[in-house]
Design a protein around this ligand. Structure first.
Ligand code: PLP
Length: 460
């Protein structure tokens, strides 16, 4: 690697990105291009000869930026955020710059050790019971996604259970969740070889703020046991995707414990907020769970990807996911002195994710990160208050965090117009304007017994 050329081109790319951020509000927030736009603009095959970075950056500006939806724009309000930060971006640069493949300790000791240290730091910031920390016999690992956390923990408990009841019983294993649980759970269930028909999305209701009800869970378990099935896994969520509902962890874990069910807590979005003492209560009851994960790349100023998973029993993961190839053998592993993260995950290769989170935690400090999170929640609460004071709008679910679900109220919609269609058209016109970007959700589906129709609420 020509370090002087690297320096020159690196400075150019940073300048390019700094200009991008300076001008970000001049771009339409949601990309306005039509499908296939890039095929028409770029050559059919790769260039035979090298091209200078200056030319390539010009093409990024001309052809790529129009096809970008600007997730870092201050006018981006869609999905859950992907809050970047200078520290997050630069941490990513450092990690990419070293370009190591830290599958086991010896492949880059700093990558493994920093990950374990940062996971314990974060666990302490969340006031997790010590049983989730390395210092207390548990431990944490960084993945790319919550989907991976689902799949790895499901695989761990699946194998643990089948080693007791026999592999032939795979088809009897049952996974519980609520109808608000993220759809990625179902995909992980399928990949883990568990029957998708054995997923029980327990109905929630608006009157219960879309929380999973422990009694409904118990009834579902009892009915499955009577049918000869075997309860395995109960996904609880802190901050569901469509309604930011918080499942009551304590009572749900109590039910799960009676039936020896593994409880993963998915706090993909809202976990970050729980580092603030005033929001920590959303994790009350976590001591009864088996694992907890959240995506630091959503709301903790860290770039994609960075999902943090803690488990009380790392051996469950290791038993299911470890490999022992000859080329990986080394003294530290054999002496059982080290964590080899390849045994905690699906892939062999792994990125040095801890570096960016370490940079974020050090550059901001816990106090400033808390203020940042609080600021978002305060803005959301303020917006919720403005909506509540305006008869034209209706707030659809309580604003627990920094996501506000609202719609134009049925009473404000001209007679005869469909409420959902009206809201959908309004949303599309906002997004098409390029001035702001929001997304819809459908929450509160209840079956109307008279018409049999699904009465849903469409909100932004
Ligand atoms: N769980 C919740 C609550 C989410 O909001 C999301 C994504 O937004 C996921 C899981 C899936 O996350 P990932 O894309 O990291 O797999």
């Amino acid at each position: 690697l020509d370090h002087e050329e690297f320096r020159r081109q690196g400075h150019m790319v940073i300048d390019f990105l700094a200009d991008y951020y300076q001008n970000i509000e001049t771009y339409p927030v949601r990309s306005q291009v039509e499908p296939g736009y890039l095929q028409e603009r770029l050559p059919q095959s790769a260039p035979l000869n090298p091209e200078p970075i200056e030319t390539i950056l010009k093409d990024v500006q001309k052809h790529i930026i129009p096809g970008i939806t600007h997730w870092q724009s201050p006018n981006f309000f869609a999905y859950f955020s992907a809050c970047g930060s200078i520290a997050g971006f630069l941490g990513e640069m450092l990690s990419t710059g070293f370009n190591i493949v830290g599958f086991n300790w010896v492949a880059s000791p700093a990558a493994t050790e920093l990950e374990s240290i940062v996971m314990d730091w974060l666990g302490k910031m969340l006031k997790l019971p010590s049983s989730f920390l390395f210092s207390g016999g548990g431990g944490g690992v960084m993945y790319a996604s919550t989907s991976e956390a689902f799949l790895c923990t499901l695989t761990a408990i699946r194998d643990q259970k089948l080693s007791v009841i026999g592999r032939e019983n795979l088809g009897k294993l049952v996974v519980y969740c609520s109808d608000q649980t993220h759809f990625s759970l179902k995909k992980s269930v399928q990949i883990a070889g568990i029957s998708p028909e054995n997923v029980r999305p327990i109905l929630t209701s608006k009157s219960d703020d879309f929380q999973l009800c422990p009694e409904s869970l118990r009834l579902a378990i009892i009915s499955d046991l009577e049918a000869g099935l075997i309860p395995l896994y109960l996904c609880c969520t802190v901050g569901t995707t469509s309604s930011t509902a918080v499942d009551p962890l304590g009572p749900l874990c109590d039910v799960a414990k009676e039936y020896r069910i593994w409880v993963p807590v998915d706090a993909a979005y809202a976990g970050s907020a729980c580092i603030c003492p005033e929001f920590r209560h959303f994790l009350d009851g976590i001591e009864g769970a088996n694992s907890l994960s959240f995506n630091a790349h959503k709301w903790l100023l860290t770039t994609l990807d960075c999902c943090c998973l803690w488990v009380k029993d790392p051996s469950a993961l290791i038993n299911a996911l470890s490999t022992n190839a000859e080329i990986l053998k080394n003294k530290a592993t054999e002496a059982k002195q080290v964590v080899d993260y390849k045994d905690w995950q699906m892939a062999l290769g792994r990125r040095f994710r801890a570096l960016k989170l370490w940079l974020v935690l050090r550059s901001y400090g816990v106090a400033r990160i808390r203020d940042f999170l609080r600021g978002h929640v305060e803005m959301a609460k303020h917006f919720e208050m403005l909506l509540a004071a305006d008869k034209r709008f209706e707030v659809v679910f309580p604003t627990n965090f920094a996501t506000v679900g609202f719609r134009v109220s049925p009473s404000a919609i001209p007679n005869g117009e469909d409420v959902n269609a009206f809201n959908q058209n309004l949303l599309e016109s906002i997004n098409a304007s390029g001035g702001a970007h929001m997304v819809h959700a459908v929450v509160g589906g209840v079956c109307d017994p008279t018409s049999g129709a699904l009465d849903t609420e469409f909100c932004s």
